[in-house]
Design a protein around this ligand. Structure first.
Ligand code: GLY
Ligand code: MN
Ligand code: MN
Length: 464
């Protein structure tokens, strides 16, 4: 694994490479339909008001639209002509009533200079343009099912395909280009600063919500107005709830805090977890679990490179967890038999990680949530990892009574668990450490630089 040497600011001075994305999407479609001709048609998210208020629903651009346009603006449309490779962005026309309240919207000239598209028209031109392009011989309109407004007409097109475009975009998004990697890295840099700000405040904080405020506030103060996902700020036993959302419990008397939080930058996600002692000093038990999880992460990251089977890397994490829990005496018996019985899923019930990009749980991973083998059921990526993909590596060990108690009642598993030793660990709650890795031909590049060395963590918290 190497350190990221990516000149983020320089790369991001350029335009989001929307046209290159459109070309790759068309390549995918042609791999399925060699003589495909016609247009790609996409709609962005429209602005909506809340049900019982005149305030807007928080805007989140549709990811497929963002991928082909780079446009994070409401009420836009997009057409890409396969034959000429000509792209057109349609933006809302000026509505004088709305200018009173919201100021002037984006002009066509601004849009043309800002985005990687060939033409910009007002959305009043959308249906006439579709009618003209649809009249070409044997033209197909490729669109996404349920993402076409009622006012839009495809009448002139010979064929309509509502299947392949969504699939093509989902698959193409797996391999990131330099610009997307810079966006993910930028989100990571901001989150790294915000994670450190939380470390520096945890000792004096009284409640989880203060730390959520620090994280989100520090992100916004760096220009990242949105989080990639709701922060998980879980103290003590709450850390065993994987997607804990309450973030409102007092910290007093608790050992660890698990902070899973990541800012978003231009619609691209970071997804980072750190776990640290609230007092500035790990207990013997929490330090032991932390070190096992850190070893799980170090060794699985070392195994990464183009073509590696994610199933195998996930199994490696389980093997290290089993060895670690055997050395503590929480598990007993033969390591191979424990793995075969899948007993370690009691302590690590989730998958090792997922693709990351426009979505936190990004597309193209082909999970099998009904896999009969429980160790793979929640693994969100079932593939050999291609170079250029970005994946989270987020091993964890959790002590969740709701999950573990049934294992203690099942003789298939209970023979491998020493309940007396286990009893010492319930208050550890859970430890997860999560970084974002770019897969390369020979290894990987870690895009996350948030602090995770346990001694350094203790030092920062204790001296704050
Ligand atoms: N933050 C959600 C996850 O790690 O998958
Ligand atoms: Mn994650
Ligand atoms: Mn996470």
């Amino acid at each position: 694994m190497s350190k990221a040497n990516i000149d983020v600011e320089k790369i991001l001075q350029g335009k989001y490479p929307a046209k290159a994305h459109a070309k790759r999407v068309v390549e995918y479609i042609r791999s399925k339909i060699p003589d495909a001709t016609g247009v790609l048609y996409l709609e962005g998210r429209s602005d909506k008001l809340l049900e019982d208020s005149d305030e807007p629903v928080p805007f989140r651009q549709r990811r497929a639209f963002m991928y082909l346009t780079g446009v994070d603006v409401a009420d836009c449309f997009f057409i890409y002509d396969l034959a000429t490779e000509h792209s057109t962005l349609f933006i809302p026309p000026i509505d004088p009533d709305s200018v009173i309240w919201s100021g002037l919207p984006l002009s066509p000239e601004e849009a043309l200079s800002k985005y990687d598209v060939d033409a910009v028209l007002p959305s009043t031109e959308l249906n006439p343009t579709l009618a003209r392009l649809g009249a070409a011989p044997n033209a197909t309109v490729f669109a996404i099912a349920d993402r076409v407004s009622d006012a839009v007409t495809f009448l002139e097109f010979t064929n309509k395909d509502f299947t392949v475009l969504g699939e093509a975009i989902d698959e193409t998004r797996v391999i990131k280009d330099e610009y997307e990697i810079a966006l993910i890295k930028k989100a990571n840099e901001i989150s790294g600063v915000a994670h450190k700000a939380v470390l520096e405040r945890v000792k004096k904080a009284k409640n989880e919500y203060e730390l959520e405020g620090i994280f989100v506030g520090t992100s916004i103060a760096q220009g990242a107005k949105k989080q990639a996902y709701p922060s998980i700020v879980a103290s003590g036993r709450a850390a065993a709830t994987l997607h804990y959302v309450h973030n409102n419990k007092d910290l007093a008397g608790k050992d660890l805090l698990l902070l899973d939080a990541g800012a978003e930058w231009s619609c691209y996600a970071s997804d980072i977890t750190r776990t640290f002692p609230i007092s500035g000093k790990f207990t013997e038990e929490s330090r032991a679990i932390y070190e096992i999880v850190l070893q799980m992460q170090t060794e699985t990251i070392a195994a990464l490179k183009e073509g590696v089977s994610w199933d195998e890397v996930h199994l490696l994490a389980h093997r290290i967890a089993i060895d670690g829990l055997l050395s503590l005496g929480v598990l007993k018996g033969d390591r191979k038999e424990i793995l075969e019985a899948r007993t370690s899923t009691a302590f690590l019930p989730h998958g090792l990680g997922h693709y990351l990009g426009l979505d936190t749980h990004d597309t193209g991973g082909h999970p099998n949530y009904s896999d009969p083998d429980p160790i793979f059921r929640y693994l969100r990526v079932r593939a050999n990892l291609p170079a250029g993909s970005v994946i989270t590596v987020e091993p964890g060990i959790y002590f969740c009574e709701f999950i573990i108690r049934p294992y203690l009642k099942d003789p298939k598993h209970s023979k491998f668990i020493d309940e007396k030793v286990l009893d010492k660990y319930w208050d550890v709650g859970g430890v997860r450490i999560e970084d974002n890795l770019l897969i390369t031909k020979d290894g990987s590049i870690n895009l996350t630089d948030a602090i995770k060395d346990p001694d350094e963590i203790e030092k920062i918290i204790s001296s704050s």
